[in-house]
Design a protein around this ligand. Structure first.
Ligand SMILES: CC(C)[C@H](C(=O)O)[C@@H](O)C(=O)O
Ligand code: SF4
Length: 466
């Protein structure tokens, strides 16, 4: 019987299978950031162990770091402690750390691909749920917890039960102005936040083949918001073109050999999936979230739903609670909702293509007086590229605040960038949970183009509304 892409990668990395059904997988790349890691290093030290493969372990500073300047000190004492522990732990155990201020620093899921660390067929783990992002390269990229981080540090292996395979086939083409972000919000609205639970999602179909690497990363990034352990896209010419000139890529015959292997990383025609979902790309429109989980999303053309529209009692209760928290009434037009803040950033949408999309809308326009717009690059390299293309001038002329330093920023409000209680944001991030962008904050998840159009209009808007 044929194999799926994830089966192929899994088998290639299988060290052994134990009697309980747990598999021990070899890990090709272990990524770290300041959150969730101090305890793992403490336990490692207490057990008298070292990092088994420091050269396959890479760290960056992203969650707690300031964005106004690379030289600003971290303000929150606990965040400062976490960050200094990452620095001392990396120094002690010989792990390469991409520090704030270095040209290679950035959000962990943004720098992996950028630095050529992420390659098809690899297993990648990181102490962060959105590690799924890197599945866009045909890698098995999994988020892990602190206990597992310690295990991987010590052994370079991960103990894990194999999830099922799920195919999401997106046929047809996305209409102009509808992006990977809209697709993934529509998908999660359709299948729910548990729709991918117990599965690894493979995205396939014409719309995926036509999608840029940035778009595929956005899609795979939010796979975890559908409850899935990972999202993957089979590598193709788009992937190879993205990787060809990355640092450390092989050249000549070695590149040809890599390519030949990477081309085998596709699901066989007769491979079977445990669950299949089909989506018609042509029927999609820009999507926005109205509630407090990503599944509570509708078309921008739509209205805030009434809780009575949900037949499932749990969903109805969740909708009631979300409307109260978000201060919304059933029937309100999404386009009528005014926001205070627009945030373009996060590992979902902070890459160069996202910044270009925002700049294309802001070009020759002004951010509304009522709005604060902040744009935070996903990495120092994205910022340099944006400046080289003159996007910084577009942002500044429009009245947006293009931050100096890369990081997670207002996505999770672990640094100083946060909303005040009751403030409403259009945000290109991936989570709209209660309090996610600061205590009492209200988040509407959107694409970069919708974010920028909203900044100009003052209310949720698409570029075509301007
Ligand atoms: C802090 C980190 C562990 C967390 C995650 O795992 O995703 C964060 O990145 C998030 O997005 O909520
Ligand atoms: S940008 Fe947001 S979602 Fe991504 S890793 Fe940082 S906090 Fe998590």
């Amino acid at each position: 019987m044929g194999k799926t892409l994830t089966q192929k990668i899994w088998e290639e990395h299988l060290v052994r299978r134990d009697s309980t059904g747990e598999d021990l997988l070899y890990v090709d790349l272990h990524m770290l950031h300041e959150v969730n890691t101090p305890q793992a290093f403490d336990s490692l030290r207490a057990a008298g162990r070292t990092v088994r493969r420091p050269e396959l372990t890479v760290a960056t500073e992203d969650h707690n770091t300031p964005t106004v300047s690379t030289s600003r000190a971290i303000q929150r004492p606990d965040a400062l402690e976490q960050s200094s522990l990452l620095r001392s732990n990396c120094a002690e155990f010989g792990v390469r750390l991409h520090r704030l201020g270095e040209p290679t620093q950035g959000i962990v899921h943004v720098i992996g691909p950028e630095l050529g660390l992420t390659r098809p067929g690899m297993t990648i783990v990181c102490c962060d749920s959105h590690t799924t992002t890197q599945g866009a390269f045909g890698t098995l990229a999994l988020g892990i917890g602190t206990k597992q981080v310690e295990h991987v540090l010590a052994t370079q292996t991960l103990s894990i039960r194999r999830p099922g395979d799920m195919a999401v086939t997106v046929s047809g083409r996305l209409p102009d102005g509808t992006t990977a972000k809209d697709l993934v919000l529509a998908l999660i609205a359709q299948i729910g936040t548990a729709g991918g639970q117990g599965h690894l999602i493979e995205y396939r179909g014409e719309a995926i083949s036509r999608m840029s690497m940035e778009g595929r990363m956005t899609l795979c990034n939010m796979s975890v918001e559908a409850g899935s352990r990972a999202g993957v896209v089979a590598p193709d010419e788009t992937t190879f073109d993205y990787l060809r000139h990355r640092p450390g890529m092989p050249t000549g015959a070695d590149w040809a050999a890599e390519l030949a292997y990477w081309r085998t990383l596709v699901s066989d025609d007769d491979a079977t999936f445990d669950r299949e979902v089909d989506i018609d790309a042509a029927a999609l429109t820009p999507y926005v979230s109205w509630g407090t989980n990503p599944a509570q999303s509708v078309s921008l053309d739509g209205r805030v739903p009434a809780p009575t529209a949900f037949t499932d009692p749990a969903e109805r209760t969740a909708a009631e609670r979300a409307l109260a928290y978000m201060d919304l009434r059933p029937g309100q037009l999404m386009r009528d909702l005014a926001v205070d803040t627009v945030f373009v950033g996060s590992c979902t949408n902070s890459r160069i293509e996202d910044l270009r999309a925002a700049a294309a809308v802001l070009q020759g326009r002004k951010v509304a007086d009522s709005i604060q717009m902040i744009i935070v690059p996903g990495s120092a390299a994205v910022r340099r590229q944006a400046c080289a293309e003159g996007l910084d001038a577009v942002f500044t002329a429009a009245g947006a605040d293009f931050r100096q330093a890369a990081g997670c920023s207002m996505c999770a409000a672990l640094n100083e960038d946060r909303l005040r209680p009751g403030q409403r944001a259009a945000s290109t991030s991936n989570r709209n949970f209660e309090g996610r962008q600061g205590r009492g904050s209200r988040t509407h998840l959107v694409s970069p183009a919708v974010a920028a159009a909203t900044a100009v209009a003052g209310t949720l808007a698409a570029p075509t509304d301007l």
